[in-house]
Design a protein. Structure first.
Length: 332
């Protein structure tokens, strides 16, 4: 499989879709119980009517971004579709790389219309556990990028699942079993503010391994270096608030957490630091900063223009200039 498949594109995803949802907390999600346990990256957004509160993700893998783009292409024939919520999942395969991926979408869809259009574009119908599955090949525009045959399932015109076969199978099994939300994921999301409409939970060690191969001198690689879990939440309103919570090992010194706070501030700095080993600068001001024995959390507030400028500069994928930071490679 091409190395480009493994590349993490840690970018903002701005998705404007038809929306009617008024959900307020990540834990109110209709989809969380379908997320297979053990995923390294789980990200979601809700759509809210009016104003700035539309679907946006701050972090996404390349495969997940393609899944979302392709779903929008497949569902585009349904002009009455409504998307309330989206969750993207990335997980390790047997090779230890983040090659398993899954898109979950809640809303209202015309399944047969979407399926018939997919067939006209080369998809094939199949069956799994008595239900219909569309086998979707990579689109012509992504040849060499998306090499996986993906499954598309739409349940009761309300829930869509799109991704690698193993991940879709796992999600279907959880749906059939009326599974509850995976406890570690629930505990992590319960720590987020209830007003966030976009969130990410990133289990750092395996993601760090991928970044060390693809983006060793990115701002995100610096932020998660040595961390256990990174959580990002965002509230899009008249001003945009981005929250972070980073968990380290119990034996980390306070200097480690202080350095992570500075790294998060640098992610949103107007100008990236010239060198990865340069002294910490006073960058974008952190608010609501608090420390625990093994964690730190805080937030930044940005205007629309500041946020869009940050996105144009590369978001979390901004590169440290000058000397590249060398992140450790575990087992490779």
């Amino acid at each position: 499989m091409s190395p480009s498949i493994y590349k993490l594109l840690c970018i903002l995803v701005s998705t404007t879709v038809f929306a009617t949802s008024s959900l307020s907390s990540p834990l109110n999600s209709k989809l969380l119980s379908l997320v297979p346990p053990g995923a390294e990256i789980v990200a979601g957004f809700e759509n809210h009517p009016g104003g700035h509160r539309v679907g946006r993700l701050l972090l996404s893998t390349h495969n997940d971004r393609l899944d979302l783009d392709d779903w929008q292409g497949l569902a585009g024939v349904d002009n009455k579709r409504v998307i309330d919520e989206v969750i993207e999942v990335a997980a390790s395969s047997e090779t230890g790389r983040l090659t398993e991926h899954l898109l979950l979408v809640a809303g209202r869809f015309d399944r047969e219309r979407i399926f018939k259009a997919a067939e006209l574009n080369g998809a094939q119908r199949s069956e799994y556990e008595g239900g219909t599955v569309m086998l979707v090949k990579s689109f012509a525009r992504e040849q060499g990028e998306m090499l996986d045959m993906r499954w598309l399932v739409i349940l009761n015109d309300r829930i869509a699942m799109f991704g690698t076969p193993l991940m879709v199978q796992n999600a279907l099994q959880r749906y059939a079993a009326h599974a509850t939300i995976d406890m570690p994921l629930m505990e992590r999301l319960s720590q987020m503010r209830s007003d966030v409409s976009s969130w990410n939970v990133l289990v750092a060690p395996k993601v760090e391994k991928s970044l060390s191969l693809t983006q060793p001198n990115s701002m995100l690689a610096r932020l998660i270096d040595g961390a256990e879990v990174l959580m990002i939440g965002a509230r899009f309103d008249a001003r945009i608030r981005v929250d972070f919570s980073l968990h380290g090992h119990n034996d980390h010194q306070s200097e480690f957490l202080t350095g992570k706070a500075a790294s998060f501030a640098e992610v949103f700095a107007k100008e990236p630091p010239l060198r990865s080993d340069s002294p910490q600068q006073k960058q974008c001001g952190l608010e609501n900063l608090s420390f625990g024995t093994d964690r730190i959390q805080g937030s930044v507030e940005l205007s629309d223009k500041e946020f869009e400028r940050w996105n144009e500069q590369g978001g979390f994928a901004q590169r440290l200039q000058g000397t590249a930071m060398r992140a450790p490679v575990h087992g490779e």
